[in-house]
Design a protein around this ligand. Structure first.
Ligand code: NAD
Length: 298
């Protein structure tokens, strides 16, 4: 892997974290977004990220000064990718927006540039043709709060060149990630293939009135040794996400249990602004959720 110049397209929640993490690890990073006003918002996140890196990773001022020097910003796509060895796409999770973006990108990117998508729910094969370079395209999927939840799921589609797959794995390691290779295309990658069914099973038990929140979490924590149960995890993910996933399922299947789940989440959580850790309350109250009490499992 001889990447030096990395462009991150989309400077939202994940894009900016990826850009900062990559610059922190010594790469030249260009942040691209649709206009300068959006980029100004991204620049404003820099100081906050520095505080977080100091707090969680003991980052030194020297490292953070170097990170600032490694970052540049532009809303001109051709300029953004002029030197790019790797382009990381973190634009909204909307197939139409992503396809339009890849069409524009394909016209201006140098031949050498490898493209990766950070999409959580869409597959690289959906976009491979629109990139104009299917063999140089694959998925590199990060998790929110990338500096501590430092997983990088790397997934090819059928015609990705294995050399590019290996290079992206090496790149992921070089920016401090735990690189997780997937040998086949898989919706939801590994993490969501495991997590979504678990969270959905927990919600089903609750909505079917089989057991209450704490009993379900206690069962999981005690029996598996995990530090948090499914409802504690849901509070971190955000109850809005669970609500939206169930709403989509209702539109697609009209499943009575999903209809009941949507109603339950809306009335008990969404309408009351109990959205999880982000609002201070969800299934538990924060900052001291009951599952962290010493007598929770007694
Ligand atoms: P976001 O809405 O916070 O940010 C998207 C950014 O893309 C915005 O800054 C927006 O201005 C920009 N944008 C819109 N149209 C664009 C275009 N045509 N060209 C370039 N930029 C454009 O979204 P996000 O949460 O950062 O998600 C981005 C991607 O990362 C999605 O594919 C999502 O699935 C994935 N992802 C998100 C998370 C998460 O927890 N938020 C986790 C893993 C992966």
């Amino acid at each position: 892997m001889n990447y030096k110049n990395v462009t991150v397209a989309g400077s939202g929640v994940l894009g900016y974290q990826i850009a900062f993490q990559t610059a922190f690890h010594g790469f030249n990073v260009t942040v691209y977004d649709i206009n300068d006003a959006v980029l100004d918002k991204a620049k404003a996140k820099f100081e906050n990220m520095c505080e977080v890196f100091k707090r969680d990773l003991n980052a030194t001022q020297e490292q953070l000064d170097q990170t600032r020097q490694n970052l540049s910003y532009t809303s001109d796509l051709a300029q953004a990718v002029k030197e790019a060895d790797l382009l990381i796409e973190a634009v909204p999770e909307n197939p139409k927006i992503k396809i339009e973006f890849y069409h524009k990108l394909a016209k201006v990117a140098p031949e050498k540039t490898v493209f990766v998508t950070n999409s959580s729910t869409l597959l690289p094969s959906q976009f491979a043709e629109s990139t104009g370079r299917p063999s140089k395209f694959l998925a590199l999927h990060f998790a929110n709060n990338i500096w501590i939840h430092n997983t990088a799921e790397v997934m090819s589609h059928a015609t990705t060149d294995p050399q590019n797959f290996n290079d992206v794995i090496a790149f992921a390691k070089a920016i401090g990630m735990l690189a997780l290779p997937l040998h086949k295309e898989q919706p939801g990658y590994i993490l969501n293939s495991l997590l979504v069914p678990l969270l959905s099973a927990a919600t089903n038990l609750l909505v079917n009135e089989v057991a209450d929140v704490q009993t379900i979490d206690k069962t999981w924590i005690k029996a598996t040794g995990a530090p948090v149960g499914p409802f504690g995890i849901l509070d971190v993910v955000g109850i809005t996400t669970a609500y939206n996933i169930n709403k989509i399922a209702v539109e697609q299947t009209n499943d009575p249990l999903k209809i009941k789940t949507v109603k339950y989440l809306k009335e008990n959580f969404i309408d009351k602004n109990k959205l999880g850790v982000s609002t201070g309350e969800g299934f538990y109250k924060y900052p001291n959720p009951a599952f962290q009490d010493s007598d929770f499992l007694k």
